[in-house]
Design a protein around this ligand. Structure first.
Ligand SMILES: [Mn+2]
Length: 536
């Protein structure tokens, strides 16, 4: 069912490209000039190869945007080359455009169904999208064709394990309907060992002193005692579950709030934000706009610090859910692995329960709407519709809750299929209509890395803010946060750069399938990929 949907999206996705490739006047022109159609074609193919090599070099330098640009140009000259599609697919994977990656891998396979790498790419795209069954099918194909390929066998087994685990989880889900992990914990009777020298809650409460001690403790790469972590999680679940899906706040004339975008486990950059902009307090309120965890390998530290401030200043410290505060993402991108490594699987379950209670959007002075992803796949959604979303769940594959967490703006009017393969892209006209209907001035969203840390689009009506500088240690981007004053609600942008962190690489806790194929950690593997391809 889903596969069909993605197929449809893929076809739509490649329509514009097909248009470019069919630009016959240019083709015929050059053919006439050189006197022979065949020669012209050979020349075009040679130019395409040069463009591909240029793209490969950008890829090696981790400049994926330019790599994509030149693979695309190569494809305009030679649209029947499966390798170009496959290479571009890998570049799209690195830029998190999983929908495009899937489309390109599929296209490569249409051109050459024996192209094994295409199956790998399509499987990786599907894994990234949480479509484990579809991924398994492709790994099966690879293993069938290459029974002696150890790497393929490992990937097949890994993927098969996840599919079985999911099936098992579904089977027990009905028995354990809404039963919280909290019920099976005896937190009161957990003992804190005498040799633990770290911070403890004071009379079971988070205090400012506790928060300062906690941040210093985490900075030294030490672990908060599991009892304290559980206490915080239970309390924050209680606080979040009382909030509506759409949180509404009002700022007085002189009051100001700081809005931050994705932090993605970059704990030392989070500390830097507090250094630059002051610690959270009643007079220094913050809103963190989702994607606190995954990728960065200090996600536990980020989320416990944010939850701590939520407990300390529940009215003045705000958190919204991102698409990474979900089970599927956490399984692939590191948070689940990190919690299991630093604590237990049971604690991850509790994190998952807490995430389900994170609000989905926040409205400031009835004029500015903040959400992680963006606007909707259909017109006519009102603030009241957002208020009514029953959010205590994993997000569905479509609909308003999915869109709030996943969509992206686009420069052209209307809507398009998403580069990510989930939700949609919305144009300036969509934003305009939404704002008008809901009597709003503009939206603030996050979700996309931006070179300057922020971006203003849709004539100032759609603002992106991203607060993970040098994202994944490789994007070279700035981070930013926004100040909003109650008096005029004019956004004021502040940029910052990455600070050093201890030597634990991003994605260190991620699923091994993601590590091998998308994080670039296995440099050898990457070299093999491109080295092998460039001899063509
Ligand atoms: Mn996101």
């Amino acid at each position: 069912m889903l596969w069909t949907l993605l197929e449809v999206r893929r076809i739509a996705l490649h329509d514009p490209l097909a248009g470019v490739c069919d630009s016959s006047p240019r083709t015929h022109g050059s053919a006439t000039e050189h006197g022979s159609v065949k020669m012209a074609e050979e020349e075009r193919n040679a130019s395409a190869e040069k463009l591909k090599e240029k793209a490969n070099n950008y890829f090696k330098d981790k400049d994926y945007e330019n790599a994509i640009k030149y693979y695309t140009e190569a494809l305009e000259l030679n649209p029947s080359n499966a390798i170009y599609y496959s290479n571009r697919s890998l570049a799209y994977l690195r830029t998190e455009c999983y929908g495009y990656a899937l489309g390109d891998a599929t296209r490569a396979l249409e051109l050459d169904k024996n192209y094994i790498k295409g199956y790998y790419r399509r499987a990786t795209s599907n894994m990234a999208l949480g479509k484990f069954k579809a991924a398994l099918k492709d790994y099966e194909t690879v293993v069938r064709v290459r029974p002696n390929d150890k790497d393929a066998k490992m990937k097949y087994q890994e993927c098969n394990k996840i599919v079985k685990q999911k099936a098992f989880e579904r089977a027990i889900a009905s028995d354990e309907l809404k039963r919280s992990v909290v019920d099976s914990l005896d937190i009161e009777n957990m003992t804190i060992e005498d040799d633990y020298a770290g911070p403890k809650l004071e009379d079971g409460k988070v205090t400012l002193k506790f928060m300062k001690d906690l941040m210093a403790w985490f900075k030294d790469q030490k672990k908060l005692h599991r009892k304290c972590a559980y206490q915080m999680l239970v309390q924050v679940k209680e606080v979040l579950s009382k909030l509506p899906s759409l949180v509404e706040i009002s700022l007085k004339e002189t009051e100001e709030i700081t809005i931050c975008g994705d932090t993605h486990g970059q704990y030392y950059d989070l500390l830097n934000i507090f250094e630059l902009n002051g610690l959270p307090s009643i007079t220094n309120p913050y809103l963190f706009n989702g994607d606190f965890v995954d990728r960065g390998s200090f996600s536990v530290e980020v989320i416990l610090t944010l939850f701590g401030f939520k407990l300390l200043y529940p009215e003045h410290f705000h958190l919204l859910r991102g698409n990474h505060e979900t089970d599927n993402m956490n399984q692939m991108y590191g948070f689940e692995g990190e919690v299991k490594a630093k604590y237990t699987a049971q604690m991850f379950q509790l994190f998952s329960e807490v995430f389900q209670w994170l609000p989905l959007a926040q409205c400031i002075n009835s004029k500015v709407l903040v959400m992680h992803g963006g606007l909707f796949s259909e017109d006519g959604v009102t603030l009241d519709d957002i208020r009514k979303i029953d959010r205590n769940r994993q997000p569905p594959d479509s609909g308003p809750m999915c869109d709030l967490l996943w969509s992206d703006p686009q420069p052209q009017d209307g809507r398009s299929v998403s580069k990510r393969g989930v939700s949609c892209q919305f144009g300036p006209d969509v934003t305009e209509r939404f704002l008008e209907q809901n009597k709003l001035q503009y939206i603030v969203r996050s979700h996309e890395v931006k070179a300057e840390g922020y971006e203003v689009t849709h004539s100032g009506k759609c603002i992106t803010v991203f607060s993970a500088p040098n994202y994944c240690d490789q994007m070279g981007n700035k981070g930013a946060y926004i100040h909003l004053r109650g008096s005029d609600l004019k956004p004021e942008f502040h940029q910052f750069t990455a600070v050093p962190h201890p030597d634990v690489k991003p994605m260190a806790y991620a699923n091994s399938l993601m590590q091998l194929d998308t994080s670039g950690r296995k440099h050898l593997d990457l070299k093999k990929e491109l080295g092998m391809l460039s001899v063509h």
